[in-house]
Ligand binder design. Structure first.
Ligand code: PGA
Length: 258
């Protein structure tokens, strides 16, 4: 039986003291639990080291929200995979729809980011998901399969096994409109099947596929208990320690009842 994973994506929120307060509150909440769930916190770059320090005494690991597609050198403002690793990040979100939309990230760039993360021993949390328009015109399955194929399918079996996929329907992110458990399950099963077609049953079964998009303490339990939902990528609700801990609790409940 796989553990669930709950990852908090803070996006561009919190000042330094606010970030410290939230990290300490989350650490305290987690310390009171006998955790089976793997908890990941993805704060903005400047707080990675602080998060990594606090995580040493607690029960979570630290992830970044982005990485450069270049290895190093004259790329003002960029942050490399090696820098992330040396600051304490063991995971990194890539391909988030906000980055695809506002920063025009392409599948080719994401393939490069994937390779650099893996070369630096960082687990990519690779986001896929369709827009509302794509869902309404029925092209959502093809969109997601293309995103997977173009950025990940050059990897060999060993490397793809290290990747975490996050299904985040764009229409559900920050909108309060969550996918229903049935919608999430359907797409997660399709993602697993797409992996299976290329890499075989064992790799597909072992793959972590997280759900993200307006996940909150009220809907987390139902979503996480779907057979192909291995946990969640949490945006807004990860900015409040009580909500985030309640979501971790939902993952624990599914795990224990499984
Ligand atoms: P949300 O964001 O939970 O605020 O919808 C999820 C995400 O974008 O990772």
């Amino acid at each position: 039986m796989k553990n669930k994973i709950v990852a908090g994506n803070w996006k561009m929120n919190k000042t330094f003291p606010e970030a410290e307060e939230l990290l300490v509150a989350i650490a305290e909440g987690l310390d009171e639990m006998e955790l089976e769930t793997d908890v990941v916190i993805c704060p903005p770059f400047p707080y990675l080291e602080m998060a990594a320090d606090i995580s040493e005494e607690s029960n979570f690991t630290v992830g970044a929200q982005n990485v450069s597609s270049e290895e190093k050198g004259a790329y003002t403002g960029e942050v490399s995979a090696a820098m992330l690793k040396s600051a304490g990040a063991d995971l990194c979100i890539i391909g988030h729809s906000e980055r695809r939309k506002y920063f025009k990230e392409s599948d080719e760039e994401l393939a490069k980011k994937t390779d650099l993360l893996l070369a630096n021993d960082i687990v990519p949390i690779f986001c896929v998901g369709e827009t509302l328009e794509e869902r309404e015109n029925g092209t959502h399955v093809e969109t997601i399969r293309r995103q997977l194929r173009n950025a990940l399918f050059h990897l060999d079996k060993e490397d793809i096994s290290k990747v975490i996929v996050a299904y985040e329907p764009v229409w559900a992110i920050g909108t309060g409109k969550t996918a229903t458990p049935a919608q999430a399950q359907e797409i997660h099963a399709m993602i697993r099947q797409t992996i299976e077609e290329k890499y075989g049953t064992e790799t597909a079964y072992n793959m972590y596929i997280l759900y993200g998009g307006s996940c909150n303490p009220q809907n987390a339990l139902e979503l996480f208990c779907c057979p192909d939902v291995d946990g969640g990528l949490i945006g807004g609700a990860s900015l409040n320690a009580d909500d985030f801990i309640a979501i971790v609790n939902a993952a624990e409940t599914c795990q224990k009842n499984d």
